[in-house]
Design a protein around this ligand. Structure first.
Ligand SMILES: NC(=O)c1ccc[n+]([C@@H]2O[C@H](COP(=O)([O-])OP(=O)(O)OC[C@H]3O[C@@H](n4cnc5c(N)ncnc54)[C@H](OP(=O)(O)O)[C@@H]3O)[C@@H](O)[C@H]2O)c1
Length: 233
């Protein structure tokens, strides 16, 4: 069964997601906002978090290091661990991500790959102790992939944590149940910068979702935490 998906994100007043570009906090360093975001991450108590390929590349900067062939690899999935307290999951259609270790901050890595990913890359991940799921369809439909994470790893509560492209694609796929939006008192303002929900379809999310406010809380450092239930459009 699909885990309950909560999109947890830190945004500026104009819906942008790169804090280093924002106007600064009157309380000093912008890190006060990121720290509050991390604290809420713990409070939300997911047993997994999911990010896009670009965001995971900021956390894992290893180079390609495929083992020598021939390769005997498992498809459609390989789980190096099934007993982790928390899983760190990333979409990586083409196998561009590489890992020096099988965890990010102690959370076991699981990569969601496209069907065209070569065996050499699967062998590299398995050698590194990293788990993976290979999608059976080119579109990488999110729902069956989430179902596998639920049924195989017992993931029940998943935090979707950006960036804007993965947030938008998961909203468009109708798999997000809740939003947890931490709004910082800051403006980005630049043109052409990624927003919190990037959806390739020109009509965006019209007709796909309705948001019901479930709580709002003012926090220190001018932050406002908004939570919404996502209902079908
Ligand atoms: N403020 C915050 O809370 C927050 C949180 C996280 C990240 N960020 C920032 O966001 C920025 C990155 O955002 P981004 O939108 O450029 O990138 P992203 O969402 O991290 O990654 C986008 C890539 O992930 C893959 N992907 C996403 N959705 C997919 C799907 N449904 N199926 C298959 N593949 C999928 C695609 O990879 P391929 O191109 O390989 O197909 C896509 O190009 C970073 O600078 C990061 O610091 C901010």
């Amino acid at each position: 069964m699909k885990p309950h998906v909560i999109c947890h994100t830190l945004i500026s007043l104009d819906g942008r997601i790169h804090p280093s570009r924002w106007t600064e906090s009157p309380d000093g360093d912008r890190k006060v906002w990121s720290s509050a975001y991390e604290k809420l991450h713990e409070t939300l108590a997911g047993d997994a978090w999911l990010v896009g390929r670009v965001t995971m590349a900021e956390m894992s900067k290893a180079e390609a290091h495929p083992p020598a062939g021939p390769f005997a690899v498992a498809r459609p999935h390989h789980f190096a661990r099934r007993d982790a307290d928390t899983y760190a999951i990333a979409f990586d259609r083409g196998g561009k991500l590489h890992f020096a270790k099988p965890d990010i901050g102690g959370d076991h890595v699981v990569v969601l790959l496209g069907p065209g990913v070569p065996d050499s890359h699967l062998a590299e991940l398995a050698n590194d102790g990293v788990s993976y799921v290979v999608a059976t369809d080119e579109a990488m439909d999110a729902r069956p992939l989430l179902d596998v994470l639920g049924s195989e790893l017992g993931i029940e509560r998943l935090l979707l944590e950006g960036g804007g492209n993965v947030n938008g694609s998961m909203m468009a796929a109708g798999v997000v149940d809740e939003l947890s939006i931490l709004v910082a008192p800051a403006i980005d303002g630049a043109l052409g910068i990624t927003g919190v929900f990037e959806v390739p379809d020109a009509r965006g999310l019209v007709g796909k979702a309705r948001l019901r406010l479930t709580s709002s809380e003012t926090l220190e450092h001018g932050l406002v935490h908004l939570r919404y239930a996502v209902e079908p459009g």
